[in-house]
Design a protein around this ligand. Structure first.
Ligand code: SF4
Length: 266
């Protein structure tokens, strides 16, 4: 597989994504392959344009400008699945959910749930470590208007499918928002899970358990940590904490910082 100037293996087509993801033997290999992906022309153009033009407040930073891989250990029992990186968040910092208000919310909540070593995630190398949880996005490139197309979602899905397959202890998937909820079902079907029909509708607090070759997996729905939800009060800290508390209960992990407060909210 050809590598780009930074040494990441390059994937240029939907079929290539499927092949490359399937053959990734561990998360490190998968993360490198994700980082070199160029299979969606519209998203590649957008992420690189954003990285070149930059937001004025970040003009002195080098943007990542690539697909954003997941974060967290291979023995994670919980996966958190979001939508896609933000143009000036993950697309800038190179770490999932990092560098914008959405990340402030999710990492503070993960810390309160005992799944993160610190309540903030600001940049790669800031000391953050996740325990028992892997955080990833359904689509790995920042999309215009935070809206990937169904075709882009489907092209990207083998990366998520392989990521979940490389978590042998996975028991719970916390799905942030309806986009991730929709994206996850075909991934689970492809992994051999028996899925309910009709497919359960997304909602905050919805809980669905499915069975597959590796045992049971419980999906927990949560409103996305987007500013549209957190600024309007549609999603509150107690609501998010309740979902993560249920996740840690089901997974038998976390819980170290329950009841403590995270960083101040704007
Ligand atoms: S969205 Fe996914 S499949 Fe498309 S270019 Fe980005 S990483 Fe590749």
């Amino acid at each position: 597989m050809a590598a780009d100037a930074q040494g990441f293996p390059v994937t240029r087509s939907p079929a290539g994504v499927a092949r490359s993801a399937r053959a990734a033997r561990d998360l490190a290999v998968l993360d490198a392959r994700v980082s070199g992906c160029r299979a969606c022309p519209r998203l590649v153009a957008w992420r690189e344009e954003v990285a070149r033009v930059k937001r004025a407040s970040f003009r002195d930073e080098d943007y990542w400008g690539r697909p954003v891989p997941g974060l967290g250990p291979a023995d994670a029992r919980i996966a958190v699945v979001g939508l896609a990186p933000a143009a000036h968040g993950g697309n800038r910092t190179g770490r999932v959910f990092t560098g914008d208000r959405s990340g402030d919310w999710i990492f503070a909540a993960l810390w309160r749930a005992g799944l993160a070593s610190q309540p903030t995630s600001t940049h790669v190398g800031d000391g953050l470590e996740l325990t028992g949880v892997r955080v990833a996005a359904a689509v790995r490139c920042a999309p215009p208007d935070n809206a990937p197309t169904p075709a882009e979602r489907d092209t990207c899905s083998p990366w998520l499918a392989r990521e979940l397959a490389l978590l042998p202890d996975l028991r719970v998937a916390v799905v942030l928002g309806g986009f991730g909820w929709t994206a996850l079902w075909p991934v689970l079907a492809g992994a051999g899970y028996a899925l309910p029909r009709p497919r359960p509708a997304f909602g905050h607090g919805v809980e669905v358990t499915v069975s597959g070759p590796r045992g049971e997996l419980t999906l927990l729905g949560s409103y996305h940590v987007s500013q549209q939800n957190t600024f309007t009060g549609r999603l509150t800290e107690p609501m998010l904490d309740a979902v993560l508390a249920r996740a840690t209960e089901l997974a038998g992990t976390g819980g170290a910082h329950q009841g403590e407060s995270g960083p101040p909210r704007p």
